[in-house]
Ligand binder design. Structure first.
Ligand SMILES: Cc1cc2nc3c(=O)[nH]c(=O)nc-3n(C[C@H](O)[C@H](O)[C@H](O)COP(=O)(O)OP(=O)(O)OC[C@H]3O[C@@H](n4cnc5c(N)ncnc54)[C@H](O)[C@@H]3O)c2cc1C
Length: 369
């Protein structure tokens, strides 16, 4: 019985690893040409997904690469008022540590036998037990798992649902080696997350393991084509930074200084999600996991759910090695329930972030009563 996983992201690799630990072979087809072909970028906050790393036998190695101090948090209003500061004690439990996405992916990749991941295989279509790739090659499968992310091509085999824009557009920037280049801004941002929330806009800065501070500027209640109509010249980074500062009238000078200090990598990102509670009739031979199954707003659940999906599908297949349809049904039943709850929670958080008094609401969220 051949298990073909399309996509070597966190979910697909977690599945391959848990299958391997349980003595079941699988092949992962990934469109990128190598593990370093594309920057993985950014930190992930891993909480419920730690269970998947337990099942994968990798939790100790995860703790070695996780950054506990990345749990630090500062919450501010656009006028510079500090509403909340939480610093993580050195001996605090690693409940929601941050980890570099590339480090976590490498941990999973290194835990698999060579040749499990077939690089340079872009999935195009599947029929009659055959996968077809963009380069004209093909491969057989008994079970096809679509772990191919937000723009999944496998998804169309199970549902007509497509990601839709949710009125959020993000511009990502960053300051490299901030401790050396801008020590005052480094001290201001601190060791973890630095959030400024207000009036339909937000700035989220985050310290990465390599000393870079990544900054995401979000513009809420904006149209799908806003990035093209906003007047931000993405091909001229200095002018783009100047335009972004113009788009934040009345914001404290320390926040605009953060933007002015960024380097020339300016990346637009339009945020889309799948419908909350998406399901499909269980179909023998095909299933989905991770963003392919339940793309959510980026508020800290997606990677955790993808890891859990992979691990739990792996365990279900290990429990029913001779009955893949039963394993898929069991996996999907649990996955639909768990991920629709996470998607609802993420949608609520998204609504909070989009509200005019987002900073005060976030403060109440962290300090109820
Ligand atoms: C800015 C940002 C910050 C985030 N922060 C967090 C966070 O802190 N915590 C959290 O839990 N989540 C976070 N998320 C969400 C998280 O990144 C995703 O939910 C998670 O990566 C999904 O994993 P996945 O394995 O389903 O898909 P992906 O990680 O997207 O992997 C999909 C893989 O499939 C490959 N692929 C795609 N198409 C094909 C094809 N046709 N053929 C072959 N291969 C293909 C891709 O190259 C990729 O390697 C964040 C998301 C964003 C955008």
């Amino acid at each position: 019985m051949t298990i073909a996983i399309v996509g070597a992201g966190l979910g697909g690799l977690a599945l391959a690893r848990v299958l391997h630990v349980n003595g079941i072979d699988a092949v992962v087809y990934e469109r990128e040409s190598s593990r370093d072909a594309r920057g993985q970028g950014g930190m992930l906050d891993i909480h419920s997904g730690q269970r998947a790393l337990h099942e994968a036998g990798l939790i100790d190695r995860f703790h070695a690469i996780a950054r506990g101090e990345g749990q630090d948090m500062r919450l501010l209003e656009p006028d510079g008022t500090l509403l909340l500061q939480e610093d993580t004690p050195d001996d605090a439990p690693l409940e929601r540590p941050e980890v570099d996405r590339a480090d976590l992916r490498n941990l999973l990749l290194d835990s698999l036998p060579e040749n499990v991941v077939r690089w340079g295989h872009a999935f195009k279509s599947a029929d009659n037990g055959l996968l077809h790739f963009a380069d004209g090659s093909s491969a057989t499968y008994d079970l096809l798992v679509g772990a191919d992310g937000a723009q999944s091509r496998v998804r169309a085999l199970l549902t007509d649902a497509r990601p839709a824009h949710i009125g959020q557009n993000v511009v990502e920037l960053g300051i490299p080696d901030i401790d050396r280049t801008y020590p005052d801004l480094a001290a201001m941002v601190g060791r973890g997350n630095y959030w400024v929330l207000g009036n339909g806009k937000s700035l989220a800065a985050q310290r990465n393991g390599d000393g870079r501070v990544r900054i995401g500027l979000s513009f809420y209640d904006t149209a799908e084509d806003w990035l093209a109509t906003s007047g931000i010249p993405f091909d001229d980074p200095a002018a783009a930074r100047a335009r972004l500062i113009d788009l934040l009238p009345g914001w404290d000078a320390r926040f605009t200084a953060l933007i002015a200090a960024c380097d020339d990598t300016v990346v637009p990102r339009s945020i889309t999600t799948l419908p909350v509670g998406l399901t499909w009739p269980s179909t023998p031979g095909v299933t989905l996991l991770g963003d392919a199954a339940h793309l959510m707003p980026p508020v800290g659940e997606g990677a955790n759910m993808a890891l859990l999906d992979g691990a739990l599908l792996g365990l279900a297949l290990a429990a029913h090695p001779d009955d893949f349809p039963a394993a898929v049904k069991e996996y999907e039943r649990e996955m639909f329930e768990r991920t629709s709850a996470a998607a609802r929670m993420s949608a609520d958080m998204q609504e909070l972030l989009m509200s005019p008094d987002a900073a005060q609401k976030m403060l109440a969220f962290f300090q109820p009563g």
